[in-house]
Design a protein. Sequence first.
Lengths: 145, 145, 145, 145
Amino acid sequence: MSDPGQTRADYAYFQPMTTRWMDNDAYQHINNAVYYSFFDTVANNFLIEHGALDIGKSAVVGFIVASSCSYRKPIAYPAKLDAAFRVNRIGTSSVEYGVAVFEENVTEPAAFGTYTHVFVERESGKSVSIPEKIRSALELARVTG
Amino acid sequence: MSDPGQTRADYAYFQPMTTRWMDNDAYQHINNAVYYSFFDTVANNFLIEHGALDIGKSAVVGFIVASSCSYRKPIAYPAKLDAAFRVNRIGTSSVEYGVAVFEENVTEPAAFGTYTHVFVERESGKSVSIPEKIRSALELARVTG
Amino acid sequence: MSDPGQTRADYAYFQPMTTRWMDNDAYQHINNAVYYSFFDTVANNFLIEHGALDIGKSAVVGFIVASSCSYRKPIAYPAKLDAAFRVNRIGTSSVEYGVAVFEENVTEPAAFGTYTHVFVERESGKSVSIPEKIRSALELARVTG
Amino acid sequence: MSDPGQTRADYAYFQPMTTRWMDNDAYQHINNAVYYSFFDTVANNFLIEHGALDIGKSAVVGFIVASSCSYRKPIAYPAKLDAAFRVNRIGTSSVEYGVAVFEENVTEPAAFGTYTHVFVERESGKSVSIPEKIRSALELARVTG
């Protein structure tokens, strides 16, 4: 990917995220795993807000098959954050998101990465073509290079 | 409760629990909230092992309505722990558990507390009389004073 | 305690808290242990904002020795929450907080409980009289019945 | 990387990990972020056991600058897991680990990925050449293709 998401302008959707005392680990920074929790929260927030996901009822849901993160600057509770989201690529049954975490009022991300959802039938776990309602929502967050 | 669960002999069921790097918070001890994760894990482990809970299928499940913990001694990752479980009281639709965390090979608990489950229909969330299969499992862990 | 903290008016300090996808457990509600993470976050937020705690530097810090929670109504991600805080009792070296979680725009708490901090020297872990700077901050959140 | 760590034989070090009730998210599988918690636990377990890390005292510690995971098969609490670890590459101040999670008695990983530690002075956060004691420990887990 030629554009790794280095500024706020590279993203389509933002959500504020509050940090928690226990997010800081023994090195007094937010633990690396917690970033993925910000990432899947902003992705699901986007889907829910755009009518593409009902957590309890949707017959088709996104399962994560791959994720990655580059950590650029340590951050620590009680920081206030903005999680950022965009769609990098849409395939037949999968989509790659670009995700990032910014400190409030900071332009460069503290961390950024990717998430890949494969859409599956919730009951069977089998992959399916992305339903049109979800696809059209995802198109709204597509950022073209 | 006259017997607050001060030794291993006060409990009916034990499960080893591994700790995780991120369990330690900024003070380099296992965060207070993580103990409750040990507690509900040992309680659910007991129910699952005794045929009283199928996470995905049981029509009746336990919802937690109250919990408490007394912390006696700080512990830290990479400690190996034993979580302990017993039944304090069984009512019509609810049960109070006694729960504790011990460091491996240590007799006094690092922390101990209580958990109260109300059994509800999963779909409606309405409380029900404890089904016989669950009640008979719980009786196995009842510790009488 | 005659007043268990049943309305927003019972609390002295509030902080918005965002929820996360992974807060929901297999029953699709916010897991019981996560509430304690809201509780210690609002308590530490209060201390930090009032100059009573520097996470990395304070020589005297609060260790939790007891906690409890009553859960009144299940809540689920993506709910937006307000965590609430007050001081119930101040002793020589310890303080009991009243804490609660409210859904946005809801008057009754989804859950409420208590947290007891003992103040200790960070290095030795030995309890100390509550330093004057901390005590005067705590007095600001004391709610009298 | 030509060898993505597809079997237990690809790893040098294993640690059993217990799962927790709250690891399962609303889809009743272990949440994607939790895998990273297994990963940094097994990496730090290796360093601690080989005398390369004292969490509270080491002057040089590893900060994570990149991580990735491929998820192959959903797993769920109450699964018992083995976390696996190896060293992929050692540089001047950084090291890339290969990490994986296997279900007990299963040969193929449920998930596998990479973790990159940069070694820094704890106080300043500045990167340093990997100290000899740490480097010689890491060499023990190097798996050559």
